[in-house]
Design a protein around this ligand. Structure first.
Ligand code: ADP
Ligand code: AMP
Length: 215
């Protein structure tokens, strides 16, 4: 029961919930956004190709993304299960995912859609920041560290903001979600594995809704 997808618009809370599930259940978070940002940072060929596309808020090509996930799900830390966060984002990615899982003798257990009003998404994204050392996620208004300026998890005082978390890029990213990602919801609905949670609720309440589905 440990192969799931968190599906939702940018800022819906996928990363926040995926990290909680990883900590609580020992199933690994696979964030394609994080993988791409690591590739950009390392200066790899993929990183070079992806950077301008990500800065513009558009989607990186299906070929690159499918190959990246195919390689990742075969790593030993995925044996206990994984939470896909940010993948699939297109119909082609959804179909390729099914094919690669079938080849590995695996299947998706749940696809959990996180619904959040669009006007809140922009607010969530422009206020988002993370600990530069451990990657813990925060928000200027909605998820502040307990002690101002100090990471709750590792005590670091250094934080970063994503280059693409600005109001202009958010518009393009939401547009990509509406046009390219939302149309894959019926694909999973037809398979009978799509569940929805109210992503507008408090972080802990969203976590409880997800746990209720998984248990
Ligand atoms: P995604 O991974 O879907 O893009 P994140 O998990 O990074 O979204 O969440 C975006 C921002 O909103 C973060 O700054 C996070 O702290 C905050 N956030 C996440 N879930 C909630 C929630 N349920 N209520 C309020 N703020 C939230
Ligand atoms: P995220 O961290 O999920 O918000 O992703 C950040 C950016 O990475 C997106 O705006 C895209 O440019 C790119 N990206 C991440 N995952 C995918 C994917 N599955 N398909 C295409 N592009 C992606």
């Amino acid at each position: 029961m440990n192969h799931l997808i968190l599906l939702g618009a940018p800022g819906a809370g996928k990363g926040t919930q995926a990290r909680k599930l990883q900590d609580e259940r020992g199933i690994v978070q696979l964030s394609t956004g994080d993988m791409l940002r690591a590739a950009v940072k390392s200066g790899s060929e993929i990183g070079k190709k992806a950077k301008a596309i990500m800065d513009a808020g558009k989607l990186v090509s299906d070929d690159i993304m499918i190959a990246m996930i195919e390689e990742r799900v075969q790593q030993p830390d995925c044996k206990k299960g994984f939470i896909l966060d940010g993948f699939p984002r297109t119909a082609a990615q959804a179909e390729a995912l099914d094919a690669m899982l079938a080849k590995l003798g695996l299947a998706l257990d749940h696809v959990i859609e996180m619904t959040v009003d669009e006007k809140i998404l922009t607010e969530r994204i422009v206020g988002r920041y993370t600990c530069a050392k451990c990657g813990a996620g925060y928000h200027d208004a909605f998820q502040k560290p307990k002690v101002a300026g100090v990471c709750d998890v590792c005590g670091s005082r250094e934080f970063t903001r994503r280059a693409d978390d600005n109001a202009e890029t958010v518009r393009t990213r939401l547009d990509a979600y509406r046009k390219q990602t939302q149309p894959i919801l019926p694909y999973y609905r037809t398979k009978g594995i799509l569940k929805s949670v109210d992503g507008m609720a408090e972080i802990d309440d969203v976590a409880r809704q997800i746990s209720a589905i998984l248990d």
